[in-house]
Design a binder for this molecule. Structure first.
Ligand code: SAM
Length: 263
């Protein structure tokens, strides 16, 4: 059982800007394709939950246009300051607070519910905040085997697996569930949502792209990683490995699940 269920990362930490920027650079094209498929019509009222640095809130504002609205909420909106004039930014804890208005035509949350032990209740809250016919898109990382794709010696592969495995253990100790991504589909069906559809995406992450996330996470979580048994020497060698120009590893798998509230 997790002993401390506070969100593991800190949006005010020095590394948070880089962390959110790498997530947006890697994942926004995937999210944008799903939003394109689902259709966000002009005039739509949208809620971006756990909005991070706000790029998807800005995209939704573009799609919804001047007659629509976007509310971007986050437990800590420190990185949302520049979200843009047409995005309404609010500090909001989705676990305990009522939805910020609504009902909504579209609700999106990425890499949020996996961190929250209350994920089932939160999913029900989000489904309940949809207007009849409204759409929900939930995207989560899955526990994936993060295979190194470029030739490295067995010691380096073992180091990579050990550090990334310890990151996942630390997140798990804080209440994250890396198996939740595959349960979202069933949970949405159980809530009576329709048109439930799941798609997965993984790709190579190299030193100047997604692999940066490994280094950033290792810095943001350095204290808990050392407490969990890693040494500073291991973290230093891990950071040098993922920074290597020839380094590439398979990304976390992003599981995107969408559904509609029945009319
Ligand atoms: C991993 S970041 C993802 C940010 C953004 N969704 C993205 O994919 O780029 C998770 C975000 O959820 C926010 N968050 C964590 N717990 C939350 C809560 N209980 N209510 C609202 N937001 C929360 C964090 O502050 C952080 O900005």
């Amino acid at each position: 059982m997790p002993t401390d269920t506070r969100y593991a990362f800190d949006n005010r930490a020095e590394e948070a800007a880089d962390q959110l920027q790498v997530l947006e650079a890697c994942l926004d094209p995937i999210t944008a394709a799903h939003l394109d498929r689902l259709g966000v019509p002009p005039g739509a009222h949208c809620w971006e939950v756990g909005a991070g640095a706000g790029s998807i809130a800005r995209l939704l504002a573009e799609l919804a246009g001047p007659t629509g609205s976007v509310t971007a909420t986050d437990l800590d909106p420190a990185r949302l300051a520049g979200a843009g004039g047409s995005v309404l930014v609010r500090r909001h804890d989705v676990r305990y607070e009522q939805p910020p208005g609504g009902p909504f035509d579209l609700i999106h949350a990425r890499l949020l519910l996996l961190h929250l032990p209350e994920r089932h209740e939160v999913l029900a809250t989000l489904a309940g905040a949809l207007r009849p016919g409204g759409l929900l898109l939930i995207e989560e990382f899955d526990r994936s085997p993060l295979t190194v794709l470029t030739p490295v010696d067995p010691g380096e592969q073992a180091l990579f697996s050990r550090v990334v495995g310890t990151v996942l253990t630390v997140l798990g100790d804080r209440g994250a569930d890396l198996d939740w991504a595959r349960r979202v589909h069933g949970a949405m069906t159980g809530l009576g949502l329709t048109e439930v559809r799941t798609a997965v995406h993984a790709e190579s992450w190299s030193h100047d792209g997604g692999a940066r996330l490994h280094e950033i996470n290792s810095r943001q979580l350095q204290g808990p990683l050392l407490a969990a048994g890693l040494t500073l020497d291991e973290l230093t060698r891990f950071r040098a490995l993922v920074r290597r120009r020839d380094f590439s590893a398979l990304s976390y798998t992003l599981v995107s699940t969408s559904a509609r509230r029945p009319v």
